[in-house]
Write a protein that binds this ligand. Structure first.
Ligand SMILES: [Mg+2]
Length: 266
């Protein structure tokens, strides 16, 4: 018999519940259409790839606090257009404003997200911990009709520290009275969600839907000597060494590729 171990859950939002990849693809297309830029950028798919890389690069700098929110928002678009060989004639801020408008209109969820939240609703205290911007993340949740499922939504912008910083996890735990022992983090970012929650000292589920081979090798490489065993009915348990290189089982790291795998343990 599986005893119910967890009482509190922390969820990441983008690409864990809200389908950021699909939604941003649509939103960016609609943005370029509104700005009459579709005809100048070449094949949309190629341009979207460039934009995504620039966006990720800028977000990385933002997480490391090397650029401000304002720089991130403007620069990701201006840099993408420059790299594409079609520099913008308007400001990146103008593109950003329209993109954010279009973004919050998108409501596609990760497969199984609503069913899972419906299953968890009323049975767990749930907080969303997201590195997005406050007004954007709240709008996404509201428009996607997810508001009722969450006891608390915490954004890095409000707290001033993005994941994997400890402060945002501490704040989340305090705000829903979550004891570390019985709290579980679920997220798709190894660095922000999983390492962040490990550092904070709670169990984590790494949601890796693509089971990306490269990610996987990187993951195993980074933990050098993983010990895998079956817990949670088929979900591998990864033990990561602490600073002394001991494989201590202080907190558990598990892996899933589909959200419905969580039904087995929650
Ligand atoms: Mg995410």
């Amino acid at each position: 018999m599986i005893t119910k171990k967890y009482t509190h859950l922390f969820f990441d939002l983008d690409n864990t519940l809200w389908d950021f990849s699909s939604n941003s693809y649509e939103a960016f297309y609609d943005t370029l259409k509104r700005l009459n830029l579709l005809s100048v950028i070449g094949p949309y798919e190629d341009f979207f790839t460039i934009y995504s890389e620039e966006n990720e690069r800028l977000w990385d700098l933002y997480r490391k606090r090397q650029v401000t929110k304002k720089v991130l928002r403007v620069e990701r678009f201006e840099a993408a257009f420059i790299r594409n060989g079609t520099p913008l004639a308007i400001g990146g801020d103008e593109v950003n404003d329209i993109y954010l408008e279009e973004m919050v209109n998108q409501t596609q969820l990760v497969e199984g997200a609503r069913e899972l939240l419906e299953h968890l609703y009323g049975r767990y205290k749930i907080a969303v911990i997201t590195n997005g911007f406050t007004e954007v993340q709240y709008d996404k949740i509201h428009k996607s009709k997810l508001t009722k499922y969450f006891d608390k939504v915490i954004t890095s912008e409000e707290i001033g520290t993005p994941k994997p910083g400890k402060k945002i996890f501490e704040y989340a735990a305090k705000s829903i009275n979550a004891p570390k022992k019985s709290t579980l983090m679920i997220g798709d970012s190894w660095e922000a969600d999983i390492l962040g929650a490990r550092d904070f000292g709670i169990d984590q589920i790494f949601f890796n839907p693509k089971m990306d081979k490269l990610d996987f090798e990187g993951l195993f490489l980074s933990i050098s000597k993983p010990i895998l065993s079956n817990i949670f009915q088929g979900s591998p348990l990864i033990l990561v060494p602490d600073s002394e290189n001991n494989y201590k089982k202080k907190v558990q790291t598990s892996l899933i590729s589909r959200l419905d795998q969580l039904f087995a343990i929650l």
